[in-house]
Design a protein around this ligand. Structure first.
Ligand SMILES: NC(=O)c1ccc[n+]([C@@H]2O[C@H](COP(=O)([O-])OP(=O)(O)OC[C@H]3O[C@@H](n4cnc5c(N)ncnc54)[C@H](O)[C@@H]3O)[C@@H](O)[C@H]2O)c1
Length: 277
């Protein structure tokens, strides 16, 4: 029988260079898409990772993937970023298991595509809670530890839709813009204490984006070729969708010791989406 060779889901990751050796990272939205690729890259670069997600149905779960493929150290924390106690627990897990927290990648997010007058209050609050309020909750959970340590590094995930508007996406566009300026504000407050805060703004990236509203625990049907082509064309210079690994490398730069003078920055990784009308 012919051997079946499965393609690695993150085949754009390069060999690790030890850029996060000795660091401990927490990643939210770690079991899918951008958070999954970033958690794996962090581990490949030597970090121990607390992988937080509200769902664990993807197999292998990210902590198992890290152990199996990266021979790395990771734990999974079932965590809803809309709940303060879950984020507090994730920080405690990092400190109890690995002794400290160097990095928080505040990444989980969601959106609902409809016009504002079509939103129910429940839908509107879902987007605000999952995107903007979760940044507040993640920061609130980790900052006391960062301050005590005298160092720390946070990255938030905004979007190019925090810089541009996209039709029928009011809550998403509003919260992503707010995340960019909240990032700058936190950089000012915590910079003097040795803490850097930056933000990544991805363009159209091919990820499952599967939870929707009401949130589903399972993967959707995936993207059609037509959707992929349309979204790829929105990245105007490279004319293709990005890969989660390509965002992960941007985040890695921001949290690494190669970016010690970078703070309050919104790093756009978008294949040229925002350079032309
Ligand atoms: N994919 C894109 O094109 C794109 C573009 C710009 C920005 N982003 C942003 O990147 C981030 C990651 O998106 P993705 O494309 O990887 O999506 P994804 O759906 O593949 O992954 C998101 C992960 O977050 C988790 N999550 C959702 N709600 C949560 C909650 N309340 N608590 C904990 N975990 C929760 C999901 O279970 C999932 O594992 C989001 O903030 C998104 O807005 C994505």
């Amino acid at each position: 029988m012919a051997e079946v060779i499965l393609k690695d889901e993150h085949d754009m990751l390069r060999p690790g260079l030890g850029r996060l050796k000795g660091k401990v990272a927490i990643v939210t939205g770690a079991n899918s898409g951008i958070g999954r690729a970033t958690s794996r890259l962090f581990a490949r670069e030597g970090a121990k990772v607390v992988c937080c997600d509200i769902q664990e149905t993807i197999s292998p779960r990210i902590d198992q993937l890290i152990k199996e493929k990266e021979n790395g150290d990771a734990v999974f924390a079932l965590c809803d970023v809309t709940k303060q106690e879950d984020l507090d627990k994730a920080v405690k897990t990092a400190v109890d298991t690995f002794g400290k927290v160097d990095i928080l990648y505040n990444n989980a997010g969601a959106g609902i595509r409809k016009k504002i007058h079509e939103h129910t209050d429940e839908e509107w609050n879902f987007v605000l809670n999952t995107n903007l309020n979760a940044m507040y909750r993640g920061a609130k959970a980790v900052m006391p530890t960062f301050i005590k340590q005298g160092h720390g590094n946070m990255v938030t995930t905004a979007s190019t839709f925090g810089l541009l508007a996209s039709a029928e996406y009011p809550g998403y566009c509003a919260t992503k813009a707010a995340i960019i300026n909240l990032t700058r504000e936190m950089a000012i407050d915590y910079g003097p204490l040795g803490i850097r805060v930056n933000c990544v703004c991805p363009g159209a990236i091919e990820t499952p984006r599967f939870r929707g509203f009401p949130p589903r625990p399972t993967l959707g049907e995936g993207m059609t070729d037509e959707q992929r082509k349309r979204m790829g064309a929105s990245n105007k210079a490279l004319l293709r969708m990005g890969r989660p690994e390509e965002i992960a490398y941007g985040v890695l730069f921001l949290v690494s010791d190669e970016a010690t003078f970078v703070t309050g920055h919104a790093l756009v990784v978008d294949g040229g989406q925002t350079i032309a009308v």
